[in-house]
Write a protein that binds this ligand. Structure first.
Ligand code: ATP
Ligand code: MG
Length: 426
């Protein structure tokens, strides 16, 4: 019988891969904590209407990428394609936004039915950040400082660049939209098929078409910049001044529009040139209208999401995963002969109690001296503790360095934890 396999585009994250995931997640958690952000955990499944009303009916996500199904009661539910909508729903539902500002973050799997390729999957993971109740460009700037600090923490600062833009208020976008449609309407036949369709549904998205003939036509298109309302223009100027003051480098990309309807004013992307077409590792912007659009009291907001698969792929591609991340043993405790098994297990327990931050792996399953030492070596441990019947009788243990050509020493069991603490921190 054929074996059942994982769903296409949905990946297992194997034991060899989880250390780098944990490394990235813990760095992100640390930076978020440093800025005073609080974690929120939402369900993976939401009412379908939540996404239709927030992301927008004529976006790629809602039109063709959502995993939507009827549950047994006949309610239409959807596996979340992103986290902002659910976060706003939860924050509003529990009164988190009432007369207060909030800085929230979340992490977890997201689901989009896209064509799987490097850096693009059907189940992928994001860490998202959403800030509520702060209208000025200072919080926009803080999000960019925070992300830049994270790139530094991960060693990625040299490999990511920031693009920003302002897409104005919805009124100014409406005026621009009709100017853009008037212009592009002259060239309908020459546009790529996607752009032709978008001309009717979501013309701003044509701006980030990759099609060469569409790109050529876009060169003569009116620019959104010239349609910005005064408030958006002022907000954007102040944001740029804050980034300049902090020495954060960026480029203004007038074609950056983002694919979700709820954005307005500031939008941004952190991009790497080392991952080919799937180069956006973090993207976000301001969405001042969304809370009200979902039935809440008008509440301004700004946020972003970063794709964990892409960040990890980038670290691996660039060889930036620190060695220690992948070592899953520091000390390997062997038991040579049946008479040493109990003593070795007890000794390992004592070591764990004395050295709670060290990884101490006990050999289990017996075997010859040679096979146990081979396993000790493969574990990645720096030291093997060797306990035979003689050592048990003498109250000692052999301490053997596995990564240096240094002879084994004999240490009293009572002094072993102190000896390991010293050699492991050298
Ligand atoms: P793209 O233009 O690459 O499709 P997007 O604009 O659809 O990205 P967002 O909805 O803004 O992406 O999601 C934020 C981040 O989540 C992206 O920058 C990317 O890092 C990651 N991401 C989005 N879709 C996927 C996917 N299918 N697989 C892996 N990561 C993804
Ligand atoms: Mg997409």
């Amino acid at each position: 019988m054929a074996k059942i396999q994982a769903v296409r585009g949905m990946n297992d994250i194997l034991p060899e891969q989880t250390p780098v995931w944990q490394f990235v997640e813990s760095r992100v958690r640390k930076v978020l904590a440093q800025y005073g952000y609080q974690e929120i955990r939402m369900p993976i499944v939401e009412q379908t209407d939540l996404f239709k009303r927030s992301i927008g009916e004529v976006t790629d996500i809602v039109e063709k990428e959502m995993y939507t199904f009827d549950d047994r009661n006949g309610d239409s539910l959807t596996l979340r394609p992103e986290g902002t909508a659910g976060c706003v729903r939860a924050a509003e539902e529990h009164g988190l936004l009432f007369n207060q500002t909030r800085r929230l973050w979340y992490t977890g799997p997201m689901f989009r039915h896209e064509r799987p390729q490097k850096g693009r999957y059907r189940q992928f993971h994001q860490i998202g950040v959403e800030c509520f109740g702060m209208s000025g460009p200072d919080i926009d700037a803080e999000l960019l400082f925070l992300t830049e600090r994270l790139w530094r923490e991960l060693g990625l600062a040299e490999h990511t660049r920031l693009e920003i833009n302002s897409i104005g208020s919805s009124e100014s976008r409406k005026v621009y939209r009709s100017a853009l449609v008037d212009y592009l309407g002259q060239f309908t036949a020459e546009l790529d098929a996607d752009s032709q369709r978008r001309l009717e549904t979501n013309p701003l998205r044509i701006l980030d078409s990759k099609d060469p003939s569409t790109r050529k036509i876009l060169e003569g298109a009116p620019s959104l910049e010239h349609y910005l309302d005064d408030e958006s223009r002022d907000h954007f100027e102040r944001l740029k001044a804050l980034l300049d003051a902090a020495g954060v480098q960026y480029t203004v990309n007038p074609a950056l529009v983002r694919g979700l309807d709820y954005y307005g004013k500031t939008v941004f992307e952190w991009i790497t040139d080392s991952l080919g077409a799937q180069g956006t590792v973090c993207a976000g912007g301001r969405y001042d209208g969304l809370v009200e659009q979902l039935g809440g009291k008008p509440t301004v907001a700004v946020g972003f999401a970063m794709g964990l698969e892409r960040l990890i792929l980038l670290l691996e591609t660039l060889g930036l995963v620190p060695d220690y991340v992948n070592s899953n043993a520091e000390v390997y405790v062997t038991a040579m002969g049946d008479g040493a098994v109990a003593a070795a297990l007890v000794l390992a327990e004592k070591l764990r109690a004395a050295l709670p931050d060290r990884v101490i792996v006990s050999h289990c399953g017996g075997g010859s001296f040679k096979s146990q030492m081979k396993k000790a070596d493969r574990s990645g441990a720096k030291y093997a503790v060797i306990l035979g019947e003689n050592e048990v009788a003498n109250g000692t243990a052999g301490l053997k360095p596995l990564r240096a050509d240094v002879p084994q020493t004999e240490v009293a069991q009572d002094e072993l934890a102190a000896a390991l603490a010293k050699v492991l921190s050298d």
